[in-house]
Each structure stands twice: as structure tokens, then as C-alpha cells.
Design a protein around this ligand. Structure first.
Ligand code: GLU
Length: 321
């Protein structure tokens, strides 16, 4: 079916969502990374970027928060750009674990397989794959440049967050070395882990994440810069990865109720992709037990339902002025 939605309707839905959930106090900031516990828990922003680059936003959309697990999407894209879809599947995988993002048990259960670049094990493996192998400085530049191309502007490392994560990432250290044990990491484990930790510590805004979502929705062409960042054939691969595991072990419930593939991070950010239509991001620090921002998920779900949009509807959506 053809479906028309006006920009005014989107603006209304975005503002309603912000008004409705602004005073919600459920959830709490992640505290296993000390920096995140100290972020102002009242911050709340929503940004929608349409595939023509038009941005609709409200609230704290320019605040730079820790990108955390959302960066797994960006680096999966970099690996897809450098290696192609088949290699990502054979070297990492594309399967949901159904277990928490940092699960060590999942690595053992998955037959030594990291399973997907969107959980910690697969994301550390993805960092290990970034070329050029062995060159930490050049690999880091490739990771940051890729995020910049996808977002239309550069992320900024939050030094304090990086220090905080590096001092407390014992579980991730175990994951990196367990992957080494199974030959599932493709560069030095410590180097790969450090890249992963650093990418999680990048500061990003909700607006930047919405532009990245729109670049994926727009088949690899960044609608703000007009640049083709990745091959159009990779867009459905990326969206499928996000669909299966983006909300940790709550991904099924999320897709069922919101209708949009989205990736969340413990910094409180969400990046959603509605192919052919828009990227959407929301940010609010307090998270639920699975690691998903409470207010951001309420807001994105509200907007999708209010507009009657779903990736599963089969509708061909046109945005009118
Ligand atoms: N840096 C965090 C970790 O590895 C990211 C977790 C997340 O956002 O899901 O624990």
C-alpha cells in the first residue's frame, strides 16, 4: 500500500513523544562504567533525519554522549566495506545470541563463534578485522573516519569515559582472549580490545546518529553530504544485523512493539533505521536491566506507532511537505 506522511505529522509526533516522556524517571544510568553514572540523567533528545537530509529534532540533540554499543553498527559497516558481506558472515557471524551483550557463555555455546558484530565478542572481532592489520593508529583513523562519513561530522573521544572504561573492562578483556583461544580474533587481542574500548568512548550526538541511520536507510548515501559511504547492496545486511540483536535480549519485543530495527547503547542512545524513509535517534541516559534507554525506547516506539510506520508493513512511504 502507498502511505503518505507529512513533515508536520512527523514534527507533531516527535514533540508529543518528548512532552509525554520528558518527566519519566524509570531506569537508571549505567554504573558499571563509572563515567556513565555521573551523566545528567535528565538529558533527553530526539532526532529524525529523512532520506532527503531534512532533520526534525527536539531536546538535547546536540549533547555529546558516549556512543557505546551503537558504535558496533558503524564498525560492522566498516568491516562490510573492507571485506564484503560473505567474509563478515564467515569470520564473525550474523546470529543473535539471545544472551546479554557481554556474555562469555554465548561464545562457548555458539561453537566458538562470536555470532554477530553487534555484541561485545563480535564487535571486538570486528575491530580486529579493521585494516590495516597491526597498525593501531591507522586502524583507529579508519574507525573514526568511517563514523564521520556515516554521520556527516566527526565524533569526539570523551577522554574521561575512555579512561573509565579502560580501568573497568575486565569482562571484555576475558572475551578478547577467549576469542584468541578459538582463533576468532584477527589481530592482537589487546590492540583489538583497546580499539573497541576507544570506539565505545566516542562522544556522539543524537543528531549525528539520526544522520547515520538515514545514511543506512538511504542505501549508503549520506543525505547531508551526498556521499556514497558504502555500496547499496550492503544496506539490507546492516539492517538485518540491527534487527536481530539491536536491543540485546529484548530485541524481539522491541521489533514487535516498535516496528523499527534499532541499536541501543548503555550510554542511553538509540539508532533506528526505517529503510527508504528515515533514520531516527533518541538519547536519555537511564537504562533498563537489558541496557536499553527507557525514555529513548518509549519515544521511538511512540513515534513509529503514532505515524503508523513499520518495517514489516509492506507500505511504500512518501513524505510530503
Ligand atoms: N563499552 C560497553 C561494554 O563493552 C558497551 C556496552 C553497550 O553499550 O551495550 O560493556
Amino acid at each position: 500500500m502507498k502511505k503518505e506522511i507529512s513533515i508536520t505529522q512527523i514534527e507533531q509526533a516527535v514533540h508529543e513523544a518528548h512532552d509525554l516522556y520528558r518527566d519519566n524517571h524509570d531506569g537508571k544510568n549505567a554504573d558499571y562504567i563509572p563515567y556513565l553514572a555521573g551523566v545528567d540523567s535528565q538529558l533527553f533528545g530526539i532526532s529524525v533525519c529523512l532520506t532527503d537530509g531534512h532533520i526534525i529534532e527536539v531536546g538535547d540533540t546536540q549533547y555529546r554522549f558516549g556512543i557505546e554499543s551503537v558504535s558496533k553498527v558503524h564498525t560492522a559497516i566498516l568491516v562490510l566495506r573492507q571485506y564484503g558481506a560473505d567474509k563478515l558472515l564467515s569470520m564473525i557471524g550474523a546470529d543473535a545470541t539471545g544472551l546479554p551483550f557481554n556474555s562469555i557463555v554465548a561464545i562457548l555455546l555458539e561453537n566458538d563463534h562470536p555470532s554477530t558484530p553487534l555484541v561485545n565478542a563480535g564487535a571486538i572481532a570486528a575491530c580486529s578485522m579493521v585494516q590495516p592489520t597491526g597498525n593501531a593508529i591507522a586502524k583507529w583513523k579508519a574507525i573514526v573516519d568511517n563514523i564521520t562519513l556515516l554521520s556527516g561530522s566527526a565524533p569526539v573521544l570523551i577522554d574521561e569515559l575512555y579512561k573509565s572504561e579502560s580501568e573497568t573492562n575486565f569482562n571484555n578483556r576475558s572475551i578478547a582472549w577467549l576469542l584468541k583461544n578459538y582463533n576468532r580474533i584477527y589481530d592482537d587481542p589487546d590492540l583489538s580490545l583497546d580499539l573497541y574500548t576507544r570506539q565505545c568512548s566516542l562522544g556522539i550526538t543524537a543528531e549525528q546518529l539520526s544522520v547515520c541511520g538515514a545514511t543506512i536507510a538511504n542505501k549508503g548515501v549520506n543525505p547531508k553530504t551526498g556521499q556514497q559511504v558504502f555500496d547499496a547492496s550492503l544496506a539490507p545486511k546492516i539492517t538485518s544485523l540491527i534487527s536481530t540483536v539491536g536491543f540485546y535480549e529484548r530485541t524481539g519485543d522491541w521489533l514487535y512493539t516498535s516496528g523499527i530495527p534499532a541499536k541501543s547503547g548503555v550510554g542511553g542512545g538509540i539508532l533506528g533505521v526505517l529503510p527508504g524513509v528515515m533514520g531516527i535517534s533518541a538519547f536519555a541516559p537511564p537504562i533498563d536491566e537489558a541496557g536499553n534507554s527507557v525514555k529513548a525506547q518509549l519515544a521511538v516506539r511512540y513515534i513509529m506507532n503514532k505515524l503508523g510506520l513499520s518495517v514489516f508493513s509492506g507500505d511504500s512511504v512518501t513524505i510530503t511537505v
